[in-house]
Structures are given as C-alpha cells and as structure tokens.
Design a protein around this ligand. Structure first.
Ligand SMILES: [Zn+2]
Length: 74
C-alpha cells in the first residue's frame, strides 16, 4: 500500500520499540508502539483525499515524540 511507502516511523521514544501505523474503522489513523503500547492520538479523516495527509500527521506526531505513554498496571 502506497501510504506505507511514504511514511517513515521512528522508533518508540520511550522504549525503542517499533511503531505501527494503524487505521481504525476506515476513518482515523494512529501510531502505536508494538512493545509498550504507547500511542498517538487518533487523527480522523473524512474523505479519501485527506487520508494520506492524515496518516502523515499521525506519523509526524509520533516522530516528534508527542505520544500518550501507556503505563503498565503492575
Ligand atoms: Zn514503546
């Protein structure tokens, strides 16, 4: 999918794990760490033309470290 060719994710700023760009319900994007579960806020898009731009916004937020830290319960 071309969207993933255009977007490059840094490693997780907290744990160094791999970030994963996820599409939710065909209407929003967010990036989540596959190791610690920290994630960005979800970015909604309303049209196909906004889809790539929105994915890039989520990736950018991840890359600059503006993510919500998931703290384990234990
Ligand atoms: Zn992480």
């Amino acid at each position: 999918m071309e969207i993933f060719d255009e977007i490059h994710l840094q490693d997780c700023p907290y744990c160094g794990g791999a970030g994963l760009l996820e599409e939710e319900s065909g209407m929003s994007w967010y990036v989540i760490c596959m190791d610690c579960g920290s994630r960005t806020a979800a970015f909604n898009y309303t049209s196909e033309s906004d889809r790539l731009k929105t994915a890039k916004s989520a990736a950018h937020l991840w890359n600059i470290g503006k993510i919500i830290r998931e703290t384990p319960g234990d």
